[in-house]
Design a protein around this ligand. Structure first.
Ligand SMILES: Nc1ncnc2c1ncn2[C@@H]1O[C@H](COP(=O)(O)OP(=O)(O)OP(=O)(O)O)[C@@H](O)[C@H]1O
Ligand SMILES: [Mg+2]
Length: 443
């Protein structure tokens, strides 16, 4: 507004000057014409009788000064100021009797000049006599400024009333938003009910976005609560078992029985330790990602295979890696390691001794990690449920917490990878993890 109003004031100042000029120019011309009418050619040359009214009509309240100069057709000055500024050389006179107005500076003051040429004819001379009348610009400037003052006052009135209207409109319009903010501010941290405030149409998308976010937070909180209750339930059982075994061991007198109890306690502690580790692993997998880097999936698979080879040997399983040397995916190395570890752990745990477990990584647009085993596999009907937390197949004799595949699924989702189960050509289960395309950079 300030910019537009300033531009408006500047342009109206120049407009006012033009208007003042065109009004006062007429007076200037009337004065010059009155002088022209009183010119005559006498024996001694050009004769002029300047009427009092001709200069009096230019008298002004601003006490402008008036100058005139009259020259004969031959250029000789008849009367008045000899050095009155002449018309700018650029002024092209098409019609010599047409008056010419121009601005100049005379005796240190800006002046407006009219130059009029009048044809005189007589016995001694004939031709165009020149009349120049100049007037300082005081009155014109005063008029332009007084007009400007009026438009400035109105501009200010418009600006102030516009400002007040905008301020009132915005503060009234934003009041529902204030109320919404206060209501949200008063809520307790676990209150994730949708916002039902009536808001202007412009804010409806904002409220819809807040409600959809609240819904997702609600889902997240519910999932977290379910997980915590599941986890504490899962931990409660082995801990209760441990307590019973410890109490029994404490009551025992026979050292052999004590050793036997300690053995059982040892197994229980290991099992509980594994559960705690898997729970932690799951909690890490569901955390929002902290920025992924280029990770070499093939190298990770090879390294995990060699890390788990002793375990494979102790179970009599042939564990190996086949596939490309490098396959870059964008991801979190710790999580990816955890995922491969869980897959190998299953492949070593469920197939019988002498089984074959092969990890394969293929590169290309979408790197794929495959874990094949020659074990019993998972029937197609159960391939969905095994990804749920704490779900273990009924006829599984080996120990486990039922979290491994849930962890794999969470890590896969975090990496935008597709996790699927198939029949393996080697007879058992094939787990496929298809990664999205990643930039070929390792950091
Ligand atoms: N390679 C496999 N071959 C046959 N059955 C499998 C295989 N991998 C998983 N399963 C079945 O799927 C179930 C779920 O596996 P998951 O890894 O989620 O849990 P878990 O191995 O029982 O426990 P943990 O959390 O200790 O890994 C297993 O209990 C098992 O019945
Ligand atoms: Mg497992």
């Amino acid at each position: 507004m300030a910019l537009v109003f300033s531009a408006n004031l500047i342009s109206s100042y120049y407009g006012n000057r033009e208007a003042a000029d065109s009004a006062y120019d007429r007076l200037l011309l009337a004065s010059a014409s009155a002088i022209a009418e009183r010119m005559a050619v006498r024996e001694k040359g050009l004769w002029v009788d300047i009427p009092y009214a001709a200069l009096n009509m230019l008298a002004s309240t601003a006490q402008d000064r008036v100058f005139y100069g009259i020259s004969a057709p031959d250029g000789t000055v008849v009367t008045g100021y000899e050095d009155l500024p002449s018309p700018p050389s650029s002024a092209h006179v098409v019609n010599p009797s047409k008056p010419l107005f121009y601005d100049a500076v005379y005796k240190g003051a800006p002046v407006r000049v009219v130059s009029l040429r009048a044809f005189v004819i007589g016995n001694t001379l004939s031709g165009f006599a020149s009349i120049r009348v100049a007037q300082t610009r005081g009155e014109r400037e005063a008029l332009a400024l007084s007009l400007l003052k009026q438009s400035a006052i109105w501009t200010l009135v418009i600006a102030v009333s516009g400002g007040i209207a905008v301020w009132l409109g915005i503060s009234r319009g934003l009041r529902p938003l204030d109320r919404l903010g206060e209501a949200l501010g008063r809520r307790s941290p676990d209150d994730v009910r949708p916002v039902l405030h009536d808001v202007p149409a412009e804010f409806k998308p904002l409220v819809a976005a807040i409600n959809s976010m609240l819904m997702r937070i609600d889902d997240g909180i519910s999932a977290m609560r379910r997980f915590i209750s599941d986890a504490s339930h899962q931990l409660k059982t082995p801990l209760a078992g441990l307590q019973v075994q410890t109490e029994m061991a404490l009551r025992e007198k026979d050292p052999d029985n004590i050793l036997d109890s300690l053995d059982k306690i040892n197994v229980s502690v290991k099992r509980t330790g594994r559960l705690a580790k898997q729970l932690l692993s799951h909690a890490r997998a569901v955390e929002p990602s902290r920025g992924f880097k280029g990770v070499d999936l093939a190298r990770m698979a090879r390294e995990t295979v060699s890390l788990m080879t002793p375990q494979a040997l102790s179970r009599g399983i042939d564990l190996g890696y086949e596939g490309v040397d490098t396959a870059i995916v964008s991801g979190d190395a710790t999580l990816l390691g955890e995922m491969i570890m869980n897959l190998i752990d299953n492949a070593l745990r469920y197939p019988p001794r002498g089984a074959l477990v092969t990890l394969t990584v293929t590169s290309g647009e979408n790197p794929v990690l495959t874990v094949d085993d020659s074990g019993p596999g998972i029937p197609p009907d159960n391939r969905k449920e095994v990804f749920e937390r704490f779900v273990r197949l009924q006829d599984t004799p080996q120990e486990g917490c039922g979290l491994g595949l849930a962890i794999v699924q969470e890590i896969g989702t975090a990496h935008h990878a597709r996790v699927s189960l198939e029949d393996s050509p080697s007879g058992g289960l094939r787990v496929l993890i298809e990664f999205p395309h990643a930039e070929k950079s390792v950091s």
